[in-house]
Design a protein around this ligand. Sequence first.
Ligand code: FES
Ligand SMILES: [Fe+2]
Length: 387
Amino acid sequence: MKAAFYRTQIEALIEQVKQNNCVGSKQNFTIPVQHHIDPERLAAEKKVFARTPLMIAHSSELSKPGDYLVREIDGRSWLLVRGEDGRARAFLNYCQHRGTLLLDSESGNCGKKISCPYHAWTYSTAGDLKAIPHRELFPDVELDNKALKQGGLQEAYGFLWLSQLPSAQLPIEKFMGGLHEEMQAMQLQNYSVFFNKTRTLNANWKLPLYAFLEPYHIGVLHKNSIADFFIKNIASSERFGPHIRSYVPRKNVLELESLDWEKAKLSEFVTPTNLVFPNVCMISHPTSISVIAMFPGDSPDTCSWQHWLLVPEMPGNEKQRQHYEKSVALLDGITYMKEDFWVSEQIQKGLNAGALDELTLGINEFMIQAYCENLDNALDSLGAQVH
Ligand code: FES
Ligand SMILES: [Fe+2]
């Protein structure tokens, strides 16, 4: 973390801690229930996803030429593959002959070519059609016209970013705006993926994000896991275009006042979270970083989520390995799975039951309000129907 980037916010946070007063919005805010149960709203949100660079994989997951990953987004299979030229590309994972899924395992190395299992049309890792068996059977087909359909794929900040609509692709630095400098300073390309899992959830994709954007629940929902690490009910945040940077103070945060911030390890004193619009939370723990990406499901009350736990380097001995295993057990196994994600499913049941008129936010839940405004703005700019 870069001290200069955080200074103003952390000073504000320390002031709030001293005064035991969370500076939030001036008034309560409500979110319509409809935003979590309406298929039309979901369809509009998926259009926002289609036009936004999505953090889809850590660069190290495609470390060598021929390495590939298969990811399903909004019912379509994407093939991410690193070419012989070292560049990673994204293709719709379907053969241009008759549409067969080309690669069906989640990951692997395809060597220099991708060969369809049906009739063996064969593509290069750059997506060009290279060979048609019994070429004479297709006198009217030009190889050049049958390349795989490509999405936009950018590699930045240690991650691969997919733009499903290449024509709408934003350069990643522009997309990141004011958060660019910090994303770059995090040097996530030097981290390793210690844990990586994708799961489905019976809840709207936004509900877990709300849980990462407010400190109000920490003392209650997390009382058996992480609550003791934090000062209750205080958070500070900053908006960078559609992205949000937030900070929650750990119990020892006041010790920072007597330390040189350039030398201190700030994540031992505050927990910063980057919400990268629209669907990713990056949470800096003292010795690791959780990156959690939410993806809408087929219906408003289902989604899938991926959790990468990034570590500065892979453990070199048993003691380090056990340390990170413990982090996974506490963070993924309990804090997220049994608490934040569990409660999201409980909330969805209440919303589906028609049990409340609206979701109500306290003044210290103001970051959720900011997030909802950002999403509404994105929906408005699509000209989508917003309910
Ligand atoms: S469908 Fe792929 S080669 Fe026929
Ligand atoms: Fe939480």
